[in-house]
Design a protein. Structure first.
Length: 181
């Protein structure tokens, strides 16, 4: 795969950054698998030459901009008050935007793997930095990226309710999709 060369920026409204959760535990049927959109974020991609190994990627996301878009499954449909409560929980009990206003990802290596690009980098969440590998595809100028984030690696205790009978799975999927611009 030969990507276009240049410097590119991704972010709303022409690109989306999504976090997808799943549920586990004995009470999993009562909860919802969530699609959460980060509404304030930006990504910078630099591709100075056709060799992808010379590329770099950086992403910064505002921790106070997570909005619940969808809730699949569950005994009852996800209500507006459920959405508001989940967003409040993300802010007040999980990400603490007053102390940690951003989540960042900075690439350390980029390589082509077949028709995918693998991006190794450092993900910083709540002041804790660990390595993470993301995978991306480029289709006619549209980037599709995905990474699996294990919350406990960054010191995040996955949300639980009903005395632990309903829990979010430790691993969440993070996806970026947008047009290079």
């Amino acid at each position: 795969m030969t990507p276009p060369t240049g410097h590119f920026t991704l972010g709303p409204p022409s690109a989306r950054l999504l976090v997808m959760t799943s549920r586990t535990g004995l009470g999993a049927r009562a909860g919802h698998d969530l699609t959460i959109e980060v509404t304030r974020w930006s990504a910078r991609i630099s591709v100075p030459e056709p060799d992808v190994t010379t590329s770099s990627v950086s992403v910064e996301a505002d921790t106070d901009s997570f909005e619940v878009r969808e809730g699949a499954g569950g005994v009852l449909p996800l209500s507006d008050s459920d959405r508001a409560e989940i967003e409040r929980t993300i802010r007040d009990k999980i990400l603490f935007p007053d102390r940690y206003p951003t989540i960042t990802f900075t690439s350390t290596a980029v390589r082509a793997e077949g028709d995918e690009i693998e991006v190794d980098g450092d993900l910083t969440v709540m002041g804790v930095t660990h390595p993470l590998t993301a995978r991306a595809r480029l289709d006619d100028g549209t980037v599709h990226g995905r990474a699996a984030v294990t919350q406990t690696t960054w010191g995040i205790k996955p949300y639980s309710a009903f005395f632990g009978a309903l829990r979010l799975a430790d691993e969440v999927a993070v996806e970026i999709e947008g047009t290079l611009g």
